[in-house]
Ligand binder design. Structure first.
Ligand SMILES: [Zn+2]
Length: 277
């Protein structure tokens, strides 16, 4: 199986990253560790160099454009503000195990109250396009993060769709942890984007993620854990890790009436095609 979005490069795994990676390796699970800023991008590349079937994505997440405190599933962390340095990131893409750019995108949810909202969104868009250029110049797909506000979840998705239509990444990419309108899914998959599913599908009581899955063509479905976050049922409360990706595959198989092996085959092929492996 292929966990297309993990963060074993994050501090949550600093004491036991090799055990975590080995637990995935013995289950034949490949992973892409995704960077959120320069330091975690570089760390993702280090892990990819050290371990087999471990790949890296490098990029600057929109929450790292401002300094703010973020609460994610009960844990608080402060983001450091970073300017996007194209050349520094471009250097990292020269490593053969870097298979994508990201995560990059729009995050309207975490914009701090003390900054000018419109200016913050403009800056996010600029850095997003800088990273589309990085993806094009390095011939890699883009991992897209998009999050709207509580009141208006879809606005960010509408805007990012418009940005992507204007400046379509050559190698396309992934809408990671897609949470936009069900009706918009087709617009993204028609552009050539993949949709990745994580633990939310195992505990979403609204049924929305299930609808998103049904809207997604088989050849565009990917698996991800987004670990250490979003632990799937039945392990809620534990720290998430790539080995748990099988619970997400199992749930997808159940919803689509497929065998687990079929979901594994489809999603492996999709990941290999997208990442050029
Ligand atoms: Zn992530």
């Amino acid at each position: 199986m292929f966990d297309t979005h993990a963060h074993v490069n994050f501090n949550a795994f600093k004491d036991d990253f090799s055990e975590v990676i080995k637990r995935a390796q013995v289950k034949n699970i490949s992973m892409v560790n995704v960077g959120s800023q320069y330091s975690t991008s570089r760390r993702a590349v280090e892990l990819a160099e050290q371990f087999e079937n471990v790949y890296a994505a490098i990029g600057l997440h929109p929450v790292h454009l401002e300094e703010t405190d973020i609460v994610e599933e009960g844990e608080t962390f402060s983001t450091r503000k970073e300017e996007f340095d194209f050349e520094k990131y471009f250097e990292l893409t020269k490593n053969k195990k870097v298979v994508a750019i990201g995560e990059a995108g729009l995050d309207f949810y975490h914009i701090p109250e003390n900054v000018d909202r419109e200016a913050a969104i403009e800056k996010q868009k600029k850095v997003f396009h800088d990273q589309i250029r990085l993806a094009n110049e390095s011939n890699l797909p883009l991992i897209v993060h998009c999050r709207g506000t509580k009141e208006n979840a879809d606005e960010a998705y509408k805007q990012i769709l418009a940005e992507l239509k204007n400046d379509l990444p050559k190698k396309r990419g992934i809408m990671h942890c897609y949470g936009g309108a069900v009706e918009l899914v087709k617009s993204f998959t028609d552009l050539g984007f993949y949709i990745s599913f994580n633990g939310i599908i195992t505990f979403d009581k609204t049924g929305k993620v299930e609808k998103i899955l049904r809207e997604t063509p088989d050849e565009k479905i990917l698996l991800e854990t987004d670990c250490p976050y979003l632990t799937p049922v039945p392990l809620r409360g534990k720290r998430n890790e790539p080995a748990f990706v099988k619970y997400i595959a199992r749930k997808i198989a159940e919803i689509k009436g497929l065998k687990l092996e079929e979901v594994e085959k489809i999603t492996d092929e999709n990941a290999q095609r997208l990442f050029g492996l």
